[in-house]
Structures are given as C-alpha cells and as structure tokens.
Design a protein around this ligand. Sequence first.
Ligand code: ARG
Length: 424
Amino acid sequence: MKRRKSAPGPRRGKTSGKKALWGAGFASGPGEALARLSISHPWDRRLAEVDLRGSLAHARGLQRSGLLTRAALARIESALRRIAGEIERGSFRFEDADEDIHLNVERRLIELAGDAGRRIHAGRSRNDQVALDLRLWTIAAIDRASEAARVLGTALLDRADEFLEANVVVAARTHLRGAQPVLLAHVFHAWVEMLLRDRGRLADARRRAAVSPLGSGACAGSTLPLDRKGVARELGLPSLSANSLDAVSDRDFAAEFESAAALAMAHLSRIAEDLILWTGEEYRLFLLSDATSTGSSMMPQKKNPDSLELTRGKAGRVFGNLMATLTVIKGLPLSYDRDLQETQQPLFETADALELSLAAVTEVVAGLRLRPENERAPIEPTTLATDVAEELVARGVPFRTAHETGYPPAEPETAMAGAPRHVM
Ligand code: ARG
C-alpha cells in the first residue's frame, strides 16, 4: 500500500522545537493528531482583546494582594500593551506549540517582561481564564447584536411611518392566502415586535453572562489571597461565580446567547421570506434596491433577493450551532473538560451570522421601493368578508348567521347580499 502524505497541519517536530508552557513533565510534545486536534489559536485569537483585558485585571489584583511588586506590575502592563499592538498590527507570532491564545500571550509576556511575566499565572488556570474570556466576548457580541437589532427596528419604524403617511393597504394573509386588509405599517410593526422580544432575550442572556469566574483556578479555587471582587469590578462584571467547579465548566451563557440568536434568526428568516415573496412577480409590492439584489450570469432579466436568501440560510447554521453547543455540554462530568473548547467556534460563528444578517436585512428594508399602486397585485375584495359579517353583527345579526351569509366568497355579489353597499 502506498503511504499517503499526511494532511497539512501542525506536526510534531515542526510545531515544537519548543515545549508547551505546561510541558515541564513531558519527555516529548504531542503526537501529530493530538497537536492538530488541540490547537485552537487559529480561531481563539479572536479572544485576544478580552484575554489581555482579563490578564491586566488579574495582574492588578495580584499586585493589590501583595503577590506582585509595583515594578513587576508595571513591566507586565507595558508588555501587555505591546502585545496588544503586535496582535492588532498582525506582527504577533502565534506558535502552534502554545496551542491557544492564552499560552501564546503568556509566552510572549515572559519574553517581554521576564521574571515578572512568569508570575502572572499565579492563582489562575486557563480554565477560569478561558471562561472569563468567553464571557467577556459574549457580552460584547450581545451588545453588538442588540444594537444592530435596534438599528433594524428603527429602519422598520421609519418605513412604517412613511407607509402610514401614504395610507398603503395590503392584504394580510393567513395560510398564505388573502385574509383581511391591513395597513402596510401594521406588517412592519409586527416585525418590530419580534425584534423587541429578541432584544429582551439578549438583555437577559447578558445579565447571566456578566459574572466573573476568576479565582476558580483549575477547578477548586486557589490558596492565594486573590482580590476577586476588585478584579471583577475592574472588568465591569457585577457579580462573582459562587462555585468553582461550576464556574470553570459553565457554558450556559454561550448556549443562552445562541438560543436568543436562534430565535432572532428565525425572525429574520421569516422577514426575509415575506420580503422575498413581496418583491417577487406574484406580489409586486416592492422592488429591491440594486444594492441588495444580484443578477444572474445567464438570465438578463433577473434581480435575485440574495441577501434575504442568505439570511434565511444562515438561520439554519445558527440553529445547528445551538445544537452543537448543547450536545458538547450534555455529557460532561464536573468540572472542566477539554471538550468545552469545541463550544467556541459555534459561538463565534453565531455572533457573526446574527450581526451580519441584521445588517443585511436593515440594508434591504432601507432600500425597498414601494411599487405604484397600479403595478401591485390587486387586493381581492373578498378580503372584506369579515368586515361585512361584523357589520351585520353590529346590526344585530348573530355572528354564525352573518358568517354563513358571507359564504361562498367566490360570488361576492350573493355573498354580500344584505351588506351595506358603502362597505364595498
Ligand atoms: N484552549 C483551552 C479551552 O478553550 C483552554 C483551557 C485548557 N485547559 C486545559 N486544562 N487543558 O478550553
């Protein structure tokens, strides 16, 4: 059998002339497969900003507890600033041997700050460190999503005002069939209601994410006199985790955000579906702006609603990410398990998809052009049948009798017999 060349990725030997920071008791580095499985810096470098913020707060806490001199803290602070600059400029060298963002930063910190850098991991484990980073990252993602939802809501309200002013009426549908006439603004307001609930859920998730796990260490806390409250305060986190075993293994905040995101994406997908229909030839209510549609490479006449379709498609991935996170969490024994690393990519992807989809739908809504009334699909007069029945009720006819009078709708002349003419 021909030996296959191994797939691209980090290898033993190539990854490490260097040993991992935890590697003191190890004669060799990880095998090739383990190295490829465990390296997370290609994606968890997105945590760099919050990781540095967390390290700074932790270091200041160590200084307050007498575990770092002021001079050592100053060296750490300036090294962390320098690392932030290197990461921002893209000149930071990520080493596979250091697996993740946390160890890459710590190694560089030690390079830059020497002995002071070697002191920063006192009272801390990557387990409480990554829990903190993910919480801070999730909070920022929630804030971005909530703001994007507010912007979309405002765009919908602006358009609703415009349609209200112009007194635009459309057929509300149930079962996708004409039901009753409504103001077009009423439709836009329905979407605003969905977004308001989404923002409420995001705010709820944010509250439970804003908890500092620092001080939990690997799983059982630390014997060192850590200033947990001061560190949390500096990070803007109003409360502390109460149980270290739970704190290092809790990813509820990710699942909660992803759940709120999944519902928000379900809403965006529904809005997308309606707008796809209403901008199509059958409904002819709106035209999409050129900036929010794409052409066909073959059919010259096409203007396709791609941003709406891609939003609808992203919803599927966001639902899948929630399921991925729940499934990773579900069988884990207390406390930290490395499986938890697999909750990161679903979280990042969900936050990206939600933010981008909100922006895409906002762009569509802002660019919609209402077609002139004579171009729109006509509203079937039968959609007034309920109003007629209710007019009869108002005149004393029992509702069931009025309802039967209004049937069959195919013959409006007969159906509306006895109805006041002016309603038609
Ligand atoms: N990259 C790891 C993660 O995200 C950091 C924690 C590693 N902890 C450990 N005990 N190996 O979960």
